[in-house]
Ligand binder design. Sequence first.
Ligand SMILES: Cc1cc2nc3c(=O)[nH]c(=O)nc-3n(C[C@H](O)[C@H](O)[C@H](O)COP(=O)(O)O)c2cc1C
Length: 180
Amino acid sequence: MRQLKLSKAFTLVEPGPVVLVTTHDGDKGNIMTISWTMVLDFKPVFAITTGEWNHSFAALRDRRECVIAIPPVDMLDKVVGIGTCSGADTDKFARFKLTAVPGRVVRAPLIKECLANIECKVVDIVRKHDIVVLEGVAAYVDPARKEKRTVHAVGDGTFVVDGRRMDRRKLMASKIPEGL
Ligand SMILES: Cc1cc2nc3c(=O)[nH]c(=O)nc-3n(C[C@H](O)[C@H](O)[C@H](O)COP(=O)(O)O)c2cc1C
């Protein structure tokens, strides 16, 4: 094996899919792009990595709510656009022509054009590593959405699109919770 620059190691394990996270600051909604996500349990508990450097963080910290919206690959250019401008000076719903739909539990809006949306409460913020722990309180999918492939960020500006689905359900049966 050839040596790999340690600074590139994260690109080997970069998770996916890339998600959009919406917040509401009491006045208006905003959206950010997040590729550093993690599922923490079979229960709806997730972690995202973000912090003060983003406009969204104040709403996450103060309102303790957000929505994780899952964009399919046909939204990739919007996803990158949303992640390269700030809600501090931009209405991203208007700029990227996205439809904000009210959720049932949290004030942060769902994004109609996405494949799925998860309403979340912020249950912990681990400042040392800028980890925000989220608990899902409601979830939605759009079965009519034709494009279902999600996008995974490598971390260097390139993306990998979902491919073939492989079924190992029988082999994994002892590890999969009942009903899943
Ligand atoms: C593909 C992509 C992935 C990103 N992933 C993250 C991430 O995981 N954590 C983070 O803090 N920022 C991430 N960003 C950057 C934020 O989305 C970006 O700073 C955004 O402008 C924040 O918006 P806001 O200032 O309106 O909150 C990502 C951006 C892109 C384009």
